[in-house]
Design a protein around this ligand. Structure first.
Ligand code: E4P
Length: 218
């Protein structure tokens, strides 16, 4: 399972990278705005800065919604750095763009996916990644994890190579549940990764080991 961090915050990306388990980064226009990154030139530079910190894939989202504009913007993003994956929304022109990019060998992440049908379409169009937003489904009392399971079943039925990138992860249990369901990738906040570390018995056990060591070596 690949671990991506879902942020445009360089300090958090560095921290996750230093842990040694980071496989990539996802961003979106809201995450960029949250870090105060505005204006096309600054945004493009920020993507390159992120690529220079991590070893893996970095999703950069288009803001165009019309086919020709999506293509123009996506090609510009893809040329920025070899690690860039073009993030395209699940709309009709987006699906056409996914097919276009796939034919040209440009890697894509189909975003804003909320149904198995949308995920099937993204795979048919040749998306590299599909991003079902499980947390946002949970937010409206719909089982987000069930969507991950449905997409896994459909993709396995036909051997689709599109990777399921479980997105809108909100906490550590989402990570565990997505791992059980066979999501290929998860993207979440740093806290969702850090949470995997924690167990009180580890802390208690380590304190006891260190205490006993000190007793025996003082
Ligand atoms: C996916 O790539 C999105 O950036 C992200 O996971 C959305 O998460 P949110 O619902 O917490 O905003």
């Amino acid at each position: 399972m690949k671990f991506f961090i879902d942020t445009a915050n360089l300090d958090q990306i560095k921290e996750a990278q230093e842990l040694g388990v980071l496989d990539g980064v996802t961003t979106n226009p809201s995450l960029m705005a949250k870090e105060g990154i505005t204006g096309k030139d600054n945004i493009l530079k920020h993507y390159v800065d992120i690529c220079n910190i991590v070893d893996g894939d970095v999703s950069a989202e288009v803001v165009a919604t019309e086919f020709k504009e999506i293509i123009k913007e996506g090609e510009e993003l893809a040329e920025l750095h070899e690690q860039i994956v073009v993030k395209v929304p699940m709309i009709k022109d987006g699906v056409k763009a996914l097919k276009y990019f796939s034919d040209k060998g440009i890697r894509t992440n189909c975003t804003l996916v909320f149904s198995p049908g949308q995920a099937l379409l993204a795979a048919k169009a040749g998306a590299t990644y599909v991003s079902p937003f499980l947390g946002r489904l949970d937010d409206i009392s719909t089982d987000g994890l069930n969507l991950i399971a449905e997409i896994r079943l459909i993709y396995d039925n036909y051997g689709f190579e599109t990777q399921i990138l479980a997105a809108s992860i909100r906490h550590t249990m989402h990570v565990i549940d997505c791992a059980k369901l066979g999501a290929d990738v998860m993207t979440g906040p740093l806290s969702s990764i850090d949470g995997l570390l924690k167990h009180p018995l580890t802390d208690i056990g380590l304190a006891k080991f260190l205490e006993d060591y000190k007793k025996g070596n003082s």
